[in-house]
Design a protein. Structure first.
Length: 341
């Protein structure tokens, strides 16, 4: 089951009578809100509000609830419990976003919204908790669908690189948040060794996030050009993705091929480290935009399995792409539900 991220949230998580619940997934640009009626599991009435249009989460929640009350009429009841998935560190009372003007006190928001319980989860903690209930319609599997049992892992190349796991226990699902994206990236051949050596000229530690993320893709593009002896203009992430997907830019294509191979090798390392026999999921905003060619025709799966004596172990682990951008809301809902377990 979900375990609170701090003593403050632990104190706030004392069991209360079940009722309607509010869930949110708050990023740097947008805040997605959803509603879980009493006794339900499915998140309903999802609405996305721009962060820049509201002073903070309290103001955005009030706008959302005002619209929800108008839509539901007599069926509406004020939420007593809420769970926010945040693209920030979920430790202590203060929540400060790196890529957002919002910052807030967990206790302050709880009091202003009249909540008996407010859980604050890291966004990848919430995404990990969503995995056990993802349906086939929310996934694109690389072969067999993952098995929602045992231990599962999720890796998400977005602005950064998120990594988390979730373990099945007798009491429910326990999320394993961490900072796996900052683990050292390992090469698997001479080309990748040369590539990482080039990057180390400017960065003493080459983490997985350094190259396998939105902030890292331009650096990977430049490094591939340098190692291959190609003169290329500096491109941003959007331009690299667009050029690679269109197929007319050889360097962009090569960059995305390398991206897929490195991500596959890293995903295999995560699977081995966590013992994620149930499956490894790929989330985040980058991979879904790369289309069929990346996930299903790249070297991702080849490199995922290329672990020497443990090849057979990896061959038995399913991998899948999360196509539902609202999945973290389901994880937040499960965190609330498990308070009663």
């Amino acid at each position: 089951m979900h375990r609170p991220s701090s003593p403050l949230s632990a104190a706030a998580a004392a069991p209360v009578a079940a009722g309607a619940a509010l869930v949110a997934d708050i990023g740097g640009s947008n805040a997605r809100f959803g509603w879980v009626p009493p006794g339900a599991q499915e998140v309903q009435h999802v609405r996305t509000l721009p962060v820049a249009a509201h002073a903070g989460p309290v103001e955005a929640v009030r706008v959302y609830l005002q619209g929800l009350a108008a839509a539901l009429g007599p069926a509406y009841q004020a939420p007593r419990r809420a769970a926010f998935a945040v693209a920030a560190t979920a430790v202590g009372d203060a929540v400060d976003f790196t890529n957002s003007p919002w910052s807030f006190s967990r206790a302050g928001v709880q009091a202003q919204l009249g909540l008996e319980v407010l859980l604050i989860l890291n966004d990848f903690e919430a995404l990990a908790l969503s995995l056990p209930r993802l349906r086939a319609s929310q996934l694109r599997a690389h072969g067999a669908l993952p098995r929602p049992a045992g231990t599962l892992a999720v890796i998400g190349p977005g602005t950064g690189l998120g990594v988390a796991g979730v373990v099945q226990t007798r009491q429910g699902w326990l999320a394993l948040p961490g900072e796996g994206g900052h683990a050292t990236l390992a090469p698997a051949d001479d080309f990748e060794s040369a590539l990482l050596a080039h990057v180390r000229r400017d960065h003493a530690h080459v983490s997985a996030e350094r190259l396998l993320s939105g902030i890292g893709l331009p650096l990977l593009h430049r490094a591939v050009a340098e190692v291959e002896g190609v003169v290329a203009p500096a491109l941003g992430t959007e331009a690299i993705v667009e050029a690679g997907v269109a197929g007319g830019d050889a360097l962009a294509l090569r960059t995305l091929d390398v991206f897929g191979a490195l991500l596959g090798g890293f995903a295999g390392n995560v699977a081995l480290t966590l013992g994620a026999r149930g499956g490894v999921y790929i989330g985040g905003g980058i991979v879904p935009r790369l289309g069929e060619r990346f996930f299903f025709a790249s070297r991702f799966r080849e490199r995922f399995e290329a672990k020497g004596r443990f090849r057979a172990y990896l061959e038995g682990i399913p991998t899948a792409l999360i196509t539902d951008t609202l999945a973290a809301l389901g994880g937040a809902a499960l965190a609330i539900e498990q308070l009663d377990a």
